[in-house]
Design a binder for this molecule. Structure first.
Ligand code: TRP
Length: 329
């Protein structure tokens, strides 16, 4: 039996080359070996205020970008969280077995609620909803970035607590941190991981950035005071540009060293910009094609929902039975 793999991405901010090289590219490669579900987690996005029409557009955009980047909707499932009712329902059922102290301790909650003034209860409940996303499909493996490890541990704690209170119900999901795949840093600040929510215009390269924007951002990227690439003495900014180039080109370390040793930073930047622009070009073309076909993305999402809704319903029914609640069937 193929392992079931699930991951989630929020439809807020712009998907960037860090998301692509660190996660999406691996998912594309893995999709044939596993049963993959990619969830667009719009219910998570609304834990902070989103303009409705923008959120709606972002959901479509993200789905189209998944497909354009190589997720094959015939092989993998792309699903919008809010379209499968069980996510929200299971989240409530799990809330009732989750001590509030576990949630208050989460580092992401503490960081976000500090910066929010008044934090909605959704922000506190965020990890329970995430646990529901994973447990509802009885996923075996959850590929995420390091920053989500704590949420995955909590997911297992919640599953364990439910299982011990009500009997074996949930599969214990494993965290899978990217073993391969590049860790791309911000262009403006190469000490920080490239982030969807960071402010600066020169921070990230979005997958949909036009070539001239890509060039401008890379030419302005922070480097250091040396004149040329020295592999014995790589500053964080130069290393980041090399990482980006290598991840897109799939060149070996050897070839990278031979080609870039002693190259002036200006030339490295030009070549990195060309590599990124030419690699994103086919993705952007497929994206535009898909978006210009009326109803194409909506059809993919309706299909995805249809494919996984029975799994979700079965889990919710089982959980309700275990808890002594009524079910329809
Ligand atoms: N919290 C994740 C993030 O911000 C998104 C997410 C929601 C998720 N549900 C998930 C990731 C389920 C993996 C599995 O990146």
């Amino acid at each position: 039996m193929k392992k079931r793999v699930l991951s989630g991405v929020q439809p807020s901010g712009d998907l960037h080359i860090g998301n692509y090289l660190g996660a999406l590219k691996n998912w594309v490669r893995m999709q044939h070996d596993c049963e993959s579900i990619f969830c667009i987690v719009d219910l998570h996005a609304i834990t902070v205020y989103q303009r409705p029409e923008e959120l709606r557009a972002k959901i479509t955009e993200l789905a189209a970008l998944f497909v354009a980047a190589g997720i094959d909707p015939k092989v993998s499932t792309i699903v919008v969280q809010s379209m499968v009712h069980g996510h929200a329902e299971l989240a409530w059922l799990l809330t009732c077995v989750t001590p509030v102290g576990w949630l208050q301790r989460m580092t992401q909650y503490k960081a976000k609620s500090d910066s929010q003034g008044t934090a909605g209860d959704g922000l506190l409940q965020y990890p329970v909803l995430m646990a529901a996303d994973i447990l509802i499909y009885q996923a075996h493996v959850v590929p995420v970035g390091e920053d989500q490890s704590q949420h995955l541990e909590l997911t297992r704690d919640i599953a364990q607590r439910f299982n011990s209170l009500y009997g074996e119900t949930f599969v214990m999901p494993e965290t899978s941190l990217p073993a391969v795949g590049a860790r791309v840093m911000g262009l403006d600040d190469p000490e920080k991981k490239m982030s969807k929510s960071a402010a600066g215009a020169g921070h990230a390269i979005a997958l949909l950035d036009p070539p001239e924007v890509i060039r401008r951002k890379i030419m302005r990227a922070t480097t250091d005071s040396l004149p040329a690439v020295d592999f014995e003495n790589l500053g964080a900014g130069v290393r980041n540009l090399l990482t980006i180039f290598q991840a897109f080109s799939d060149w070996s370390d050897d070839r990278m060293q031979r080609h870039f040793s002693g190259m002036r930073y200006g030339d490295l930047k030009k070549q990195a910009a060309e590599m990124v622009a030419s690699s994103l070009d086919p993705i952007q073309r497929r994206y535009r094609e898909l978006m210009s076909e009326p109803g194409a993305v909506d059809r993919i999402l309706a299909e995805g929902c249809q494919r996984v809704a029975p799994i979700a319903d079965a889990t919710v029914n089982l959980v309700k039975q275990r808890m002594g609640l009524y079910t329809r069937s």
